[in-house]
Design a protein. Structure first.
Length: 255
């Protein structure tokens, strides 16, 4: 059974075979390395487009280019992928400029004993970033699906946290109540849309639900301009701790 961790690396070498000792160091320290070796930016771009890579290890001087051009090119393709520059150059101005351009680490060619540790650190950070991006994309997609579903079903929702009175309305909530999206959500803006006795009843329950757990459910009529909308209103409140109440509600336009 192979217990080595898999990693995909592109080596940008001044001369083919120059980084063989780096490959050996990684393999001897628990890495199963899939790799490609290139000598120019053009060949790098071609190889880069064919796979999903985990790390780039580059010499400072490669055929027709220097480290500055290499880093700029990589960062145009991927803003996050780790870049390790390995070189004999020691001028602080060069190293500083490389970090400013976005490299992850700079190593001298005669001091590579612990490169596997740096590779592991950068690999872990990059994987974590990719997972965060993936999770965020999934969250955004879920919100888009929810918003679309609410629009199709004509269901708006709101949440309020007491005593802070932090209020959130969904987009469909604004649409049902016919308020501009630029307006701040407020309790009174919902309550004032109700007619007569229904408004007075809701005000009483609303005050009660701010203090204790409970539920209010009723079909009500909303007066909006010169028309009346029939909606199913559901409000629930839950005790978060001794001082906080979370109120959650939905408006279902059944007109």
């Amino acid at each position: 059974m192979n217990s080595k961790r898999k990693i995909k690396i592109i080596f940008l070498e001044a001369r083919f075979g120059e980084f063989n000792h780096i490959l050996e160091l990684l393999q001897n320290n628990g890495w199963d390395v899939y790799f490609e070796k290139v000598q120019t930016i053009e060949s790098f771009n071609e190889i880069y487009s064919l796979n999903s890579w985990d790390i780039i290890i580059s010499d400072f001087d490669i055929s027709g280019s220097d480290g500055f051009e290499v880093v700029k090119n990589i960062r145009n393709l991927n803003t996050d992928i780790p870049i390790l520059i390995v070189s004999e150059k020691k001028e602080p101005s060069i190293v500083s400029m490389l970090y400013n351009l976005g490299i992850s680490e700079y190593l001298n060619k005669d001091n590579l004993e612990y490169i596997h540790i740096l590779v592991e650190k950068e690999f872990e950070n990059y994987i974590a970033k990719r997972q965060q991006v993936r999770a965020w994309d999934m969250l955004v997609h879920s919100e888009e699906v929810l918003t679309r579903s609410q629009k199709l079903a004509k269901i708006g929702h709101f949440e309020i946290l007491y005593p802070e009175r932090r209020i959130l309305w969904s987009l469909e909530m604004y649409k049902i109540l016919e308020y501009s999206y630029s307006e701040n959500p407020e309790e009174i803006k919902l309550i004032e849309r109700l007619l007569g006795d229904e408004r007075e009843e809701l005000e009483l329950y609303w005050e009660k639900l701010q203090k204790e757990e409970g539920k209010y459910e009723r079909e009500v009529k909303l007066q909006i301009n010169n028309s009346v909308k029939h909606v199913q209103l559901v409000i629930e409140s839950e005790l978060i701790d001794k001082q906080k109440i979370r109120m959650f509600g939905t408006l279902h336009d059944i007109s």
